[in-house]
Design a binder for this molecule. Structure first.
Ligand code: NAP
Length: 403
């Protein structure tokens, strides 16, 4: 494993990142097309940092292993050393990883999130001019989804139909008057006030910091009152208690927010309609795990698909940014795949670090590259007049447009 690199660790004190000029950032290259994507992404990141800082800043990238590459080299899908290095340096970025089939860890991504307590899965969804989209007016959607990342179905407990556990749980619940058909499978999803409120807190803090107009709590509280409904109630409660001066409920605002963040809530199914019909009425969305899962991919599809959708998993003092697509193994080693998901995850990472000018430069670069119609195969096949270019050439087109 490549190890020592020149640089200093990022720190986290009193709720703030302390970022040196030459931070060490661990990266997991990813499996399948991961190496192609990482090579292109690192090139863009380094150019953007150098251009915006006049050479004063740089990132010391430190490779850590996970997934298939880790398994082949160390016999472990997620070596302890990888977790130790990410813990030490706090902010990391990763490409897609192969999910081991049968045995071993259920999902490496889930393991990383749970071990580092990365409780907010953050997915910004915005439109890039020129990207093919199924919508008439895709530019109207510009939201950032904060999805709870530890509880709900991610912490779900399931018992197979007719298992001893399922039979025992049914017997126990029947004592409390529940009516459950014999032979049913059982699923339990825990959601806590602590877990819900820290997620909603992150969403509100983001809205305040970025001067965004609203935070919408998306839940299914009409059916599941004590989990989903409680998520909504706990969300409103923390908004009032902790951010009373900076937030106002939709009911109290009556259309006049006076610069405050408007707290709204929507039932999950209605939110899917809202994002299709009135997308510009939403900016920050906070939701429990499963609702956020569905909503993130549906929203990404509205603006042109998962190839361009970034993600970040953020906790208190730890953050791992990642591509949202898989390893696309059939294109591995062909220098063909679209690197935008990892590149935009890097944008999120630089924003989290407070290097906003780097993030803005990369977004400018990507907008410029797409506008010049030199794009990877996935976009080229749907964009009239586009020229298909390799992953590397697409990264070069982004770099040309950074300034
Ligand atoms: P996938 O790797 O996302 O690929 C499915 C298809 O999506 C590709 O064949 C390609 O479509 C398109 N695609 C994905 N990424 C793209 C990109 N960067 N640029 C352009 N097109 C892209 O899904 P999968 O085949 O179901 O999964 C493969 C492996 O990845 C599995 O081991 C799975 O468990 C793992 N996975 C990992 C993550 C993660 O690490 N976050 C997430 C999902 C899946 P076309 O062939 O139509 O061009």
């Amino acid at each position: 494993m490549p190890t020592q690199v020149e640089g200093a660790s990022i720190d986290f004190r009193d709720g703030q990142w302390i970022v040196p000029d030459h931070p060490i950032i661990p990266f997991i290259e990813g499996d399948g097309t991961g190496p192609d994507i990482w090579r292109a992404s690192a090139k863009v990141f380094n150019a953007a940092v150098a251009t915006t800082s006049g050479g004063k800043r740089s990132v010391a990238w430190r490779e850590v292993l996970a997934g298939e590459k880790a398994f082949n080299q160390t016999g472990s899908w997620l070596p302890e050393e990888t977790l130790g290095v990410i813990r030490e340096h706090r902010i990391a970025i990763k490409g897609p990883l192969t999910t081991p089939v049968g045995g071993g860890i259920r999902s490496l991504n889930v393991a990383l999130r749970q071990i580092l307590d990365l409780y907010a899965c953050i997915r910004p969804v915005r439109y890039f001019e020129g990207v093919p989209s199924p919508m008439k007016d895709p530019g109207k959607l510009n939201i950032i989804i904060f999805r709870e990342n530890i509880e709900d179905v991610y912490a779900g407990i399931e018992y197979k139909a007719n298992s001893a556990e399922a039979v025992a749980v049914i017997e126990f619940l029947t004592r409390y008057g529940a009516k459950i058909r014999e032979g049913s499978a059982i699923g339990v999803k825990p959601m806590s006030k602590f877990g819900s409120q820290r997620l909603v807190t992150k969403a509100i803090q983001h809205a305040i910091k970025r001067k965004l107009s609203s935070v919408t709590l998306v839940h299914k509280g009409n059916i599941m009152k004590f989990t989903e409904g409680a998520f909504r109630d706990w969300g409103y409660e923390i908004a009032k208690e902790r951010f009373g001066a900076q937030t106002v409920t939709e009911a109290d605002a009556k259309g006049k927010a006076d610069g405050k963040v408007v707290m709204k809530d929507r039932i999950a199914d209605s939110m899917f309609q809202q994002l299709l019909l009135r997308p510009d009425e939403y900016s920050v969305v906070a939701s429990p795990n499963l609702n956020g899962d569905y909503l993130s991919d549906a929203a990404a599809a509205q603006v042109g698909g998962l190839g361009l959708a970034p993600g970040g998993n953020v906790g208190d003092g730890y953050a791992v940014f990642e591509a949202t697509h898989g390893t696309a193994p059939k294109y591995a080693g062909q220098d063909k795949i679209n690197p935008s998901s990892v590149i935009l995850s890097g944008v999120m990472m630089f924003e989290e670090m407070g290097w906003d000018e780097v993030a803005r430069a990369i977004v400018r670069g990507l907008e410029g590259a797409i506008a010049s119609k030199r794009v990877t195969y996935d976009l080229a096949r749907q964009m009239p007049g586009a020229t298909e270019v390799s992953t590397t050439a697409f990264a070069d087109a982004i770099i040309e447009h950074l300034a």
